[in-house]
Design a protein around this ligand. Structure first.
Ligand code: ATP
Length: 338
């Protein structure tokens, strides 16, 4: 199990007429991914999703908070002693082409990590080739066809399957899939999503899915948890199905309202939530969503809501949210994602 508590990260960006500026990418984020679990982080561009994925995979530092892997707080270990733990979290990038070295065959791409794994687990070298074949079959491709080939000789979908097979060489506990299907031909996306779902069930590997697309999040983990990120803050968290059926934060509602009605058959929800064009950053100390929120009040400009279930007297919600005025608004086109 992998947990994060109070994860915060601020980048210092140089340049521009105003000189350096601080960009908070993550604000006090808590999460937990269990073996075999499905956790999706959803948010628009710049909400901090990739930064979180990189922190969980040990590729980026954080300013505050703690990552705990298998009960061990990473802050208690030296950089070198953390590596075996972070190896249990494997990142799948959105671009399978740049993730693979173009000058190496797929055989070579799998051989290096498998040789390391063989040394770590005391297996003979003969195990490497048979494991490479086994992993490729597991991700649904013919080992005989792909092993001698170079990445450019494969389709985008096949390349992404190879990247997933390579991630599996380390026997990970969690796969962090960062927009894992966004650069793949639309017709092949469903196959990759089905594969990730299958790996959850067959290997018990947890999937942390990072996406800007709520329908994709639903496919990968309709039985899992959804975290909605807005400007680095988790603004809604709960069971994926529950949030999609009954979102309470205006930002989540606006994400769901933005889903197009696909076949002209679905009935759009009664109230679509259309966010305002943002005017600046919003009042310091107030809710981050104020500049875009159609429902904000004076209180929202003065106080920062924290994640919880409270929505005022008689307004407790099943999912957690960071809003002073959580309300049910029917925003979902019926049958979306089905
Ligand atoms: N290395 C960096 N240096 C400076 N600022 C950064 C860096 N990486 C990310 N940021 C900033 O941190 C914020 C969060 O970025 P991040 O890439 O995590 O968001 P995201 O939700 O993954 O967006 P996208 O979907 O566009 O990748 C953004 O404002 C981004 O400009």
């Amino acid at each position: 199990m992998i947990t994060g508590t109070g994860i915060s990260k601020t980048f210092r960006q140089r340049g521009g007429v105003l000189g350096a500026r601080e960009v908070p990418a993550l604000r006090d984020v808590d999460f937990a991914v269990e073996r075999g679990g499905a956790v999706s982080f959803i948010g628009e561009s710049g909400s901090g999703k990739t930064t979180l994925g990189r922190i969980i995979a040990g590729l980026e530092t954080h300013d505050a908070g703690e990552i705990v892997i298998d009960g061990v707080p990473m802050s208690s270990l030296s950089h070198r002693r953390r590596q075996p733990y972070f190896r249990r979290v494997q990142l799948i990038h959105q671009d399978p082409y740049s993730a693979l070295n173009p000058t190496r065959t797929i055989h070579q791409a799998l051989e290096a990590p498998l040789a390391l794994r063989a040394r770590q687990t005391g297996r003979p070298r003969s195990w490497i080739d048979s494991r490479a074949q086994e992993l490729l079959s597991m991700v649904g491709i013919d080992p005989g066809y792909v092993l001698p080939r170079y990445p450019h000789q494969l389709s985008g979908g096949m390349r992404q399957r190879v990247v997933i097979a390579r991630a599996l060489t380390m026997d990970p506990e969690v796969l962090v899939a960062d927009e894992a299907v966004s650069m793949i031909d639309v017709s092949l996306r469903l196959g990759i999503l089905a594969l990730l779902k299958d790996l959850r069930e067959r290997l018990g590997v947890g999937v942390l899915f990072i996406t800007h697309d709520i329908a994709t999040a639903r496919y990968i983990g309709d039985d899992g948890e959804l975290y909605v990120l807005y400007r680095g803050q988790v603004v809604e968290r709960g069971a994926t199905e529950k949030i999609i059926a009954d979102p309470v934060h205006p930002y989540t509602q606006s994400l769901l309202s933005a889903i197009p009605v696909l076949h002209g058959l679905e009935q759009p929800g009664a109230e679509r939530v259309v966010p305002k064009e943002p005017q600046g950053e919003g009042p310091p100390g107030g809710c981050l969503f104020v500049p875009r929120c159609p429902f904000s009040t004076e209180r929202c400009e003065q106080e920062t809501p924290v994640l919880g279930r409270d929505g005022g007297p008689g307004q407790e919600t099943e999912q957690e949210h960071a809003c002073f005025h959580p309300r049910r608004r029917s925003v979902i086109p019926v049958g979306v994602g089905e």
